[in-house]
Design a protein around this ligand. Sequence first.
Ligand SMILES: O=C(O)CCC(=O)C(=O)O
Ligand SMILES: [Fe+2]
Length: 403
Amino acid sequence: MLLAEGTSRGGIGGNVAADGGEFHMTTTGISSDSIPVHPMGVKPLGNRYFASGPTARQSLGLLTQLPDEMILQILEYFDIKTLKDVGFTCRFLYAFCHLDELWKALFLDDWTIEELNRRYSTVEFRAEAVDWPFSVYHEYMSNNEDESPLYLFDKGFAEKMNIHIGHGADAAYWPPECFGPDLFELLGEERPAHRWLIIGPKRSGSTFHKDPNATSAWNAVLEGSKYWIMFPPTTQVPGVYVSEDSSEVTSPLSIAEWLLEFHTEARKVPGCVEGVCKAGEILHVPSGWWHLVVNLEAGIALTQNFVPKSHLSDVLAFLRDKADQVTGFKSNIESPYDLFLERLKTDYPELLDDAFDELERRNLTKKRKWEEAIGKKSDDENGGSGGGGFSFGFGDESDEEIP
Ligand SMILES: O=C(O)CCC(=O)C(=O)O
Ligand SMILES: [Fe+2]
């Protein structure tokens, strides 16, 4: 194959730098040894000035003769497998074949509302309380004026659409790798519901909530655009009422009403994050963060909940201490906490130890703060500042845990 010619010279498995050969800064007398080597041998652009070896571009074989723009245009015609294969022939093409724009175009064409209606018109999807063939939902979403339109939110979409998710050759998509391993994968078939296809017209969306079981999530917009507004875990979001044990969240207003009534005030709350995600963009919802989402136009999204290492302690604490609020597990799983613990002990004992150390540290901090608070309270009662409401005012996560 023409492109494979680059492999022998291009550095796959070899030690040739991305911009070519050895780096000798002879003019300054600084040896290359003093500069840390990038794991892939990539050098900052400025270094190319001093590089004497061949450039990665020369690994392109006959393609060297084409300008970058033309190579990019050729890559636009490739399917997923070809793009992947070609990307592994040399470093230059690795970089080019991994351009977001190429991948977005490849996936987004398959995931449009019209395309789904063409392929799955008779397949039933769950939209809140009803299961409708996609053609019926399509008709509804194209013609409604509802203030809070019915939202298609289906956790069984992969089976219904007969698509595979993961790294196989026939995978329709795979979860982003940047979040590291998803520790709930240890639960296999016993993991709680964790991925959803989300489709809705303009104005549809999700009212304020935290994601279940202290999981984190990513949400990939495939068509349309979504407005997000998010707050850190301990925020008291204006217009959102949470019961003492956080088991019930009451947000009595529709999304539109909340936006009219509370948006201006909420945006001033410290820690508020907001923005719009467009097709081809992915948003990360960290464990415990409040979020409200509204579709600015009709669209499709895929979302998946996961447990990254960094939030293992939060998930363990949730499963252990808020067992009555744990959701999404099959009813035959008596103790999700015990099940997860067992799997972690076998597969990730060190992570488990670290997570418990972290919980212990938090517990001690909480205890110390509680004792300080008690002391402060007695001072007040003994003729301290007097008057006014009593507030712990720690402003961190431990506040909500204090009994
Ligand atoms: O796309 C949306 O409406 C947001 C979905 C969401 O927040 C969730 O699935 O937890
Ligand atoms: Fe969510």
